[in-house]
Design a protein around this ligand. Sequence first.
Ligand code: AMP
Length: 308
Amino acid sequence: MNKLLIVGTVAFDAIETPFGQTDKILGGAATYISLSASQFGVKSGIVSVVGGDFPKEYLDKLNAKNISTEGIEVIEDGKTFFWKGVYHNDLNSRDTLITDLNVLADFNPVVPQEFKDADFLMLGNLHPAVQMAVINQIPVRPKLVALDTMNFWMDNTLDELMEVIAKIDVITINDEEARQLSGEYSLVKAAQKIHKMGPKFVVIKKGEHGALLFNNGDVFFAPALPLEEVFDPTGAGDTFAGGFIGHIAKSGDISFDNMKRAVISGSNLASFCVEKFGTERMENLSEDEIQKRLLQFKLLTQFDIELS
Ligand code: AMP
């Protein structure tokens, strides 16, 4: 069985959408990625940090999904990373109101012995210095290294982020971040520029408008499933990344054709994530539901046309 190591925030989130708001609930990039990847039955573990205020039952929830939390350091006298965001009425855009790094500010990650030979590495959203420290602790390069990041790190730690981007195979970012990183409005041109920074595969997430996968000259597009109701988009991007890397880790196949399936798997899982607040939907998701929705994806995109 392939091993998947996931790095990213494990957090408290406070979320406000047009449909309601939450107090501090379980969130974080690594949380969403791991819950999503856990659907593929691979052996996965998280490297992250939390404070003494982080409830043990949140770790238990991850363990219940067979996600190893041995690499989550608990700083007893510290506070957990906290993020607060508010969504606009279209739910496609949001404002970050608070990002309190807390224990993340001077975190020195330690990769557990069991994951030093990870076959796949998912560098989820967090400080690029932490992402780099994890890369450096894995002696044999994994079969595939994927990275997800966001504008916060582009704004605050661009040089360190660029060093990490130079070392990875796949980057997953949203359209606005791709534009910011490349300085190009056209996403095709943006992907070309990002290829030159390092990654052979560039995945650009476009929220309810799907995702694009670029591999030099080749492009693939996956729609997002048109949903009757979107409740809370928080974590959709991370859930997408978790589904993407989970699919690849399960199959062990890093070809472009398999990445197309991985993009569909990611989009499929993200479609569930947005149906409830926070991680709730991802904690209660059956294989049967996943398979039924995959069929919907197939029907959504299949067509016959005569070429003359
Ligand atoms: P997404 O909606 O997929 O972009 O991810 C939302 C998750 O990212 C939330 O659970 C937050 O805790 C987490 N998050 C927000 N800002 C940051 C940041 N600057 N670094 C790492 N994780 C973050």
